[in-house]
Design a protein around this ligand. Structure first.
Ligand SMILES: C[S@@+](CC[C@H](N)C(=O)[O-])C[C@H]1O[C@@H](n2cnc3c(N)ncnc32)[C@H](O)[C@@H]1O
Length: 260
């Protein structure tokens, strides 16, 4: 299994700048809406693959007890700094565990589990996925929801991954990120090879980083199978941020499972 310390090692230093346009507030609102549609009122929230805890920090205005789990030490270091900045009222509601989800085991059940920004796709093999859903199930109380998003297989196959470039200006220079993606249909993965250059204001190359992220895309019948195996009822599959079913034009999808 790819270690997320290796996939979110050096990359994490640039993560928040690269994704500075990520819509965490919209994500939180989308979540609140889903909770209200399904009429659930969670108290104890668990987040798998919480990264720099930006979403959890927003959610702390609604929930008093949030547990974050992430295996990348460098992402968690940034999360700790974000908690400090957020202040004691917020920080006191959030506990962070630096732990691989595969090894996560606390004697506690939660009322809601979320895992956003395609964390599940880092679980590449069937066995890793099996453990991911097993951990989700064993940490949720009866009737509670597990909501997660992922790369939707039919859309990935239809659209095909492309090579992309992104340049992000910062006060000290430019972050230039390029990625080359390779589709591996025999094991439902996309190998995304990132190169990040940081150049200062005089165009001197200060740092060059290479990281490969292997992403597993998922099909609904696979999710249905893992749900069945680990005691979940499937409530919904949707296109990300929408109420409509997943479709080939939307790369990102989400599922809502309820623990039986
Ligand atoms: C794309 S980032 C998403 C972070 C956060 N959810 C967000 O929305 O910003 C994926 C995160 O999943 C974490 N991750 C990947 N595999 C993991 C594993 N096996 N156990 C725990 N965390 C993992 C990575 O360290 C990374 O922080």
């Amino acid at each position: 299994m790819q270690s997320s310390q290796s996939v979110f090692g050096c990359y994490s230093k640039y993560y928040e700048t690269i994704y500075s346009d990520k819509e965490y507030i919209e994500e939180a609102n989308f979540l609140y809406n889903l909770l209200s549609v399904w009429r659930v009122h969670p108290n104890e929230v668990l987040e798998f693959g919480s990264g720099t805890s930006k979403l959890s920090i927003i959610l702390a205005s609604k929930f008093d007890n949030i547990t974050c789990v992430d295996s990348s030490k460098t992402m968690i270091d940034i999360a700790q700094k974000n908690l400090l900045k957020a202040g004691n009222d917020v920080a006191s509601k959030i506990k962070i565990h630096n732990c691989d989800i595969i090894n996560f085991n606390i004697e506690k059940k939660f009322d809601l589990l979320i895992s956003f920004f395609h964390v599940v796709c880092y679980f590449n093999t069937n066995e890793e996925l099996r453990v991911f859903f097993e951990k989700a199930s064993s940490h949720l109380s009866k009737d509670c929801l597990f909501i997660f998003d992922y790369w939707y297989g039919p859309a990935v196959i239809h659209q095909k991954p492309s090579n992309r470039n992104k340049v992000i200006p910062t006060s000290n220079g430019l972050i230039k990120r390029s990625c080359i993606s390779e589709l591996n249909t025999n094991n439902s993965t996309v190998s995304v090879k990132y190169k990040i250059n940081f150049v200062d204001r005089n165009d001197n190359l200060i740092e060059e980083i290479y990281e490969t992220h292997n992403m597993r895309y998922l099909f609904l019948n696979e999710i249905n199978m893992y749900a069945e195996l680990f005691g979940f009822e499937v409530l919904k599959h949707g296109s990300w941020f929408k109420n409509s079913p997943p479709n080939i034009d939307d790369w990102n999808a989400y599922s809502i499972l309820r623990k039986r």
